[in-house]
Design a protein around this ligand. Structure first.
Ligand code: FAD
Ligand code: UDP
Length: 371
């Protein structure tokens, strides 16, 4: 055997695993079917701006081991995600906090806001009559009341998931913070930032000194690739690995309409969500704001923006978000059961676990894997 590990996928899971294997004195070959490394965190430099090709990526975690690990590879900046919601031309701060409540209802103090929230939640509380929310609509109204649900959640969520809020699981919306302070930080995590110089620096640091073959699809040459390493680390879609023997899992995908704009500052923020159903895209990302602050914004004369359109995944498209409904979760569990029986294969990452992991979870999983 030429290698200890064949690592299928050069995304975050594959790259962290490869790094740890190298540190343990093991030889790995990393392959990726794409023409670049990094999976979904890959950035392309356009007009001096790191463009997040597969959607905005903000690293955030409360796990100090994970934070220390990624910072040992590349230093992170102080970027704090504070998206703004545009509803019919009016801007509201996210996540739901005193700035949002002030703009929505004119309330000024936390006590006034709390009273308004209770009034807003009264109908759904009465309808639920003590039972747990059964879907996203009920959960959202219980969390934040009907005005904010109608303006900032309903349209956006239906665009993002292509399903009615009444047909989506409640947990999706539970992760959004509700705060009685004037704090626009989208995340509650202790640590947050973007690698200085972009995500490619993180991937390059992890894969330094490791053999990587691009434009190489595991399934195009499976038996030969399987024979060159003692073990396989597989980070692609789990159903594809097993030849879709139980049927196909579903995903949501996103298409990005990227343009270079002849202005130094297009929207004044990295992320603006368009929350009404009538606007076809879910959000606009202005990439320079992830890494340029203050005078740096104006010093860079152009800007790159991406409009994000969410869509149902079909074969040949990029599978981005696992669909966490009952049917798909049951199917995924059958595949995971098969995966547990594959003795020489480690399954890891978002696609092979079919889970909605953020980057920190992927790093955490790869850090505790036995190498
Ligand atoms: P991937 O990055 O998908 O890597 C898998 C790699 O395997 C790919 O490069 C693929 O080409 C390769 N591969 C697959 N099949 C084969 C094959 N047959 N042969 C060879 N190679 C193959 N997380 C956050 O923490 N913060 C965010 O703000 C955030 N935003 C996100 C926005 C979007 C639109 C999406 C989709 C995800 C976001 N995430 C975010 C999640 C984050 O992208 C993932 O947690 C992380 O990138 C997953 O890494 P991975 O290695 O598991 O998978
Ligand atoms: N959401 C919303 N309006 C917004 C932002 C988020 O309704 O302006 C909802 C939406 O249902 C989304 C969920 O909150 O799926 C979680 O949002 P988050 O930003 O965490 O989703 P991500 O894009 O990171 O998966």
């Amino acid at each position: 055997m030429k290698y200890d590990y064949l690592i299928v996928g050069s995304g975050l899971f594959g790259a962290v695993f490869a790094y740890r294997a190298k540190m343990a004195g093991k030889r790995s070959l990393v392959i990726d079917k794409r023409s670049h490394r990094g999976g979904n965190i890959y950035c392309e430099n356009i007009e001096g701006i790191n463009v997040h090709k597969y959607g905005a990526h903000i690293f955030h975690t409360s796990n100090k081991d994970v934070w220390d690990f990624v910072n040992s590879i590349v230093e992170f900046n102080r970027y704090t995600n504070s998206p703004v919601a545009n509803y019919k031309g009016t801007l509201y701060n996210l996540p739901f906090n005193m700035n949002t409540f002030n703009k929505m209802w004119g309330v000024v103090t936390p006590t006034e806001a709390q009273a308004k929230l209770e009034e807003q939640k009264a109908d759904v509380k009465a309808a639920l009559n003590g039972r747990e929310p059964q879907n996203l609509e009920e959960q959202a109204q219980l969390l934040i009341g009907k005005d904010i649900y109608e303006a900032l959640i309903k349209g956006y969520t239906q665009k993002q998931w292509g399903r009615k809020c009444t047909e989506l699981p409640a947990f999706i919306i539970k992760r959004l913070p509700v705060r009685m302070t004037f704090d626009n930080n989208y995340f509650n995590d202790k640590y947050q930032g973007i690698p200085i110089g972009g995500y490619n620096k993180l991937i390059d640091g992890l894969l330094d000194g490791i053999e990587v073959r691009l434009d190489t699809d595991f399934f195009a040459n499976r038996s030969e690739l399987e024979s060159i390493a003692e073990k396989i680390v597989y980070t692609g879609p789990i159903d594809e690995y097993f030849g879709y023997k139980f049927g196909k899992l579903q995903y949501r995908t996103v298409s990005f309409e990227m343009t270079v704009e002849d202005t130094s500052n297009y929207q004044g923020n990295a992320v603006v969500n368009y929350t009404e159903a009538e606007v076809p895209y879910t959000r606009i990302i202005e990439h320079k704001h992830f890494e340029m602050f203050g005078a740096e914004v104006e010093a860079c004369p152009k800007t790159v923006i991406s409009k994000e359109y969410s869509a149902e995944w079909e074969s040949g498209m990029e599978p981005y978000y696992p669909v966490n409904d009952e049917v798909n979760n049951e199917l995924a569990e059958k595949y995971r059961e098969s995966a547990r029986k594959e003795k020489n294969v480690i399954f890891g990452g978002r696609l092979a676990d079919y889970r909605y992991y953020d980057m920190d979870k992927v790093v955490e999983k790869a850090l505790v894997c036995e190498v």
